[in-house]
Ligand binder design. Structure first.
Ligand SMILES: NC(=O)c1ccc[n+]([C@@H]2O[C@H](COP(=O)([O-])OP(=O)(O)OC[C@H]3O[C@@H](n4cnc5c(N)ncnc54)[C@H](OP(=O)(O)O)[C@@H]3O)[C@@H](O)[C@H]2O)c1
Length: 255
């Protein structure tokens, strides 16, 4: 098992404690939204298999495991849940200390209009970590009834579930340590709404070329604006930079 080497803020440190390095702010009084994503060195987010796992590695999976152990809820877009085969999170012994006083696993929250979500993700979660589903009022009614029976269903008026709706509903449930694992469409909505507090980005030593989307895509932006023009730039500060097996692990905080 290779060690993580700290490049910033303390260059050369090798005794990095990942749980400490990625700790959420102490006792947050509102949901803190962190994203964890992986990109190739040339900025691609989806590998040839149609998934992000082509870019992942043992150290990346270790970081992902620690981030899941630290959070209260993992929020994903339904396409990611389908493509990456999301299921309820399995408990891990190494999380015992991280999760003291909390359910043994974080909850999964899925955002979906179609409600095309694997049944197992809805029906096999333990009661203390029920899956949460965010959807809109005109999602398919029959499917909505099934989802409501097995999961914690949040139905939002209008055509879209906004990141604001998500954050408010999580706050009402006392779920303050939020981890979103994407995908790029959902992440674009959080960035566009100004509700992303932190980005943990793994830069993986691969080149994917031009066919792969970035970690944010399809940004809502300003109606009528040309798609290639960003409408705003949000400064972020690098909280740390780690390296393991040629992967860079960045942690950016919104200023
Ligand atoms: N590199 C990485 O770190 C990373 C991370 C995650 C995923 N990925 C990859 O990214 C791809 C999937 O990402 P994606 O960007 O295409 O999709 P996504 O963001 O995961 O999911 C999009 C779907 O989420 C639902 N959704 C999103 N915003 C919504 C809103 N405002 N209201 C209601 N529903 C909403 C819709 O679901 P319905 O279709 O059910 O209506 C929509 O089709 C996969 O290939 C995955 O492997 C990469």
């Amino acid at each position: 098992m290779s060690n993580f080497r700290e490049l910033l803020p303390v260059p050369g440190r090798t005794d990095v404690d990942l749980a400490e390095a990625y700790a959420y702010p102490l006792a947050p009084d509102r949901p803190w939204v962190r994203a964890n994503m992986v990109a190739s060195a040339d900025g691609g987010a989806v590998g040839p298999s149609g998934r992000s796992r082509d870019l992942s590695s043992d150290p990346d999976r270790r970081v992902m495991g620690v981030l899941r152990g630290l959070c209260d809820v993992v929020v994903v877009g339904a396409a990611t849940a389908r493509q990456e085969g999301y299921r309820p999170v399995r408990p891990r012994e190494v999380w015992a200390k991280l999760r003291e006083g909390r359910p043994t696993t974080p909850r999964i929250a899925v955002v979906s209009r179609s409600l095309e979500i694997d049944d197992e993700l809805l029906t096999t979660a333990p009661e203390e970590a029920r899956t949460i589903v965010f959807t809109v009022a005109d999602s398919p009614a029959e499917r909505r009834a099934f989802v409501a029976e097995h999961a914690d269903l949040v139905v939002v008026e209008g055509v879209s579930v906004s990141p604001g709706h998500i954050v408010n509903a999580l706050s009402e449930r006392g779920l303050y340590r939020v981890l979103t694992e994407g995908g790029p469409h959902l992440l674009a909505e959080f960035v566009g709404a100004g509700l992303l507090d932190e980005l943990c980005l793994t830069v993986s030593p691969h080149l994917l070329g031009s066919g792969s989307p970035r970690i944010v895509t399809g940004s809502p932006g300003t109606p009528g604006a040309p798609e290639h023009v960003s409408t705003k730039s949000t400064p972020v500060r690098m909280a740390h930079l780690l390296e393991a097996e040629g992967n860079l692990f960045t942690r950016y905080l919104r200023e």
